[in-house]
Design a protein around this ligand. Sequence first.
Ligand SMILES: *Cc1c(COP(=O)(O)O)cnc(C)c1O
Length: 345
Amino acid sequence: MQHNLHVARQQAPAAHLWAVVKANAYGHGLERGMRGFAAADGLALVEPDAAVRLRELGWTKPILLLEGCFDAIDFKLAALHGVEVAIHSSQQIGWLEQTRFEAPINVHLKMNSGMNRLGFMPVDFAAAYQRLRSHRSVGSISLMTHFANADQSDPPALPMAEQLRRFHIGSLGIDAPVSLANSAALLQHHDLVSNQVRPGIMLYGATPSAKPAARLGLRSAMTLQSELIGIQHILPGEAVGYGSRFVADAPMTIGVVACGYADGYPRHAPTGTPVLVDGVRTRLIGNVSMDMLTVDLTPIATAHHGSCVTLWGDALPIDEVAQAAGTIGYELMCAIAPRVRMTER
Ligand SMILES: *Cc1c(COP(=O)(O)O)cnc(C)c1O
């Protein structure tokens, strides 16, 4: 995590770097994220209670709520704990205006530049800015937007340049720092000027794009490992697991791994998804069950009870597993279940 933070820093040395630790630091644990990203300028996340938890854990640098407050009570929490907030709706400005602040609150005014999730339309942006600027408890205001396709050079619709064009039109005449870059924008658009950057996925060593993480100089923060708890020797015609979807066409050795979808392994991973047993690459076979999955041990003569099984990590990029399962590294990381024991290297 420290190494990846350093890589992110190098992409934009002058920018204020928010390390994104939402969703339990993308499944790595909030406290671990806090320690791993101690050198960041601030931590950004979505969950107000986790923001408070960061203060309790001793984080004294800035904290930013990326979706802002979900109700008026959240503003009281933000005020109490000195948490910065995104403002994406008039509703939120209303709550802010009802809150009493002892100290000024820093806000990040969000524009909907085309992703059509959160934010003010470009035509309404200046008015929202003025409404905030005229409030005596509002401290700094940054201008923020989020890109739908920073990872693609030829997106089907809404190129990044179009979002930037809308952003610049909507913020014309407003003199304020801008916060534009997620991991993909940070890694792929070196010409982008963003006073603040908000990398998430790259800090955990997965790729935000089609380019492999290793080629971006990133290292996987998370390794998901288990072991073989069973071995079966089966004859041709025998099926494996629920639904009997995999049928052996030759004599086979099957390994049973103590890891299933209740641990966060994707249930939709098909036969053929890569797995390492004793460091040797083999394939998942059959349906993933709640607590177990099965692998082909035929090519691995050394495999035995207790053999180490790597589901993803250093030697097996999470992005490769994600792709095989029809998803993205983000989802796999976030899905790691509480029952998975976490240790640190
Ligand atoms: C999650 C999030 C990020 C980080 O995105 P990555 O693709 O993980 O780098 C940045 N900005 C906002 C507003 C986010 O919600």
